[in-house]
Ligand binder design. Structure first.
Ligand code: G
Ligand code: G
Ligand code: MN
Ligand code: NA
Length: 249
């Protein structure tokens, strides 16, 4: 209860800010994107990852607001620095936010840079069929020039029919499918098959949880476009990210 109260005020006080994890092109290993990941800069507990507050946010109806706060901070970071020009920035969108009738109006109130943002939708939005509200919001997101990505593909509920209907720009293969590819031939083939499916639907593929260069090289050979994981960097503050991007230039 105390933490829920803290979270409410923390959101209002700007204590929730994004960290960024780099994504690299699978051929050149150069940064081509970043994923914004919420961190709570708690006044006494330090920097908290979502595992410590996402379920509290969820049970208190605060997830849509959390997503909104992170998006605003991301837009502000993008405005403040030229280093992110030419680098795609992804934000996570919860099912709550995607079902919010106010979403389009909110986005309209922001200064969204067309073609530079991407939204990661969790696979569970495919549960049953897409609601009309979710469908409308996805169209609205696209109309602002924000890409659509499906997060954690392979771990949950995305149906092929759902992919066919939604036609996302990109899918992210779940870490649990990526981790075993070095030891397991079937795992490797499965990732290759997902790349084929993605190609059939003109989608790019991001592999998550890429922890070693061995993984990176196998994934590149399988035709994965973009890699994300500890092999290339942990989630870091905007200042740390900026220092890294400056070195890459
Ligand atoms: O690094 P990590 O612990 O940041 O993230 C854990 C999970 O929390 C991620 O899988 C992601 O789906 C979720 N998450 C991170 N940031 C956000 C956010 O801003 N909004 C939502 N809805 N989920 C997030
Ligand atoms: O949105 P999503 O659920 O995909 O968030 C990614 C989560 O995975 C974050 O919690 C992030 O910190 C974590 N993560 C990112 N790269 C790696 C990795 O290489 N290994 C592991 N174990 N976790 C990772
Ligand atoms: Mn994500
Ligand atoms: Na993910």
């Amino acid at each position: 209860r105390q933490l829920a109260q803290d979270l409410r005020s923390g959101l209002a006080l700007g204590q929730i800010r994004p960290f960024y994890q780099v994504q690299v092109d699978a051929k050149s290993f150069r940064v081509n994107g970043v994923e914004a990941l919420a961190r709570w800069h708690h006044p006494t507990r330090g920097i908290l990852a979502p595992a410590h507050f996402l379920s509290i946010a969820s049970s208190n109806g605060l997830v849509a607001e959390l997503d909104d706060v992170v998006l605003k901070a991301v837009l502000s970071d993008m405005k403040s620095s030229a280093l992110l020009e030419g680098i795609r920035v992804s934000v996570n969108l919860s099912a709550d936010r995607l079902d919010d009738p106010e979403l389009a109006a909110k986005l309209d109130g922001y200064d969204i840079p067309s073609g530079r943002l991407s939204s990661e939708l969790i696979e569970t939005i495919f549960l049953d069929s897409l609601s009309d509200q979710v469908r409308q919001n996805i169209e609205a997101i696209k109309s602002f020039g924000i890409d659509i990505e499906i997060d954690d593909l392979g771990s949950g509920h995305a149906s092929l029919l759902g992919l066919l209907e939604l036609r996302p720009d990109r899918v992210k293969i779940d870490r649990q499918l990526v981790t075993p590819i070095l030891q397991s031939v079937p795992s490797r083939r499965l990732v290759g098959s997902l790349v084929d499916i993605a190609r059939a639907l003109d989608m790019e593929v991001i592999a998550e949880g890429v922890e070693t260069l061995e993984h990176a090289n196998v994934l590149a050979a399988l035709g994965v476009h973009t890699l994300q994981g500890y092999a290339f960097g942990r989630p870091q503050s905007f200042a740390e990210l900026s220092a890294r991007l400056e070195q890459e230039i």
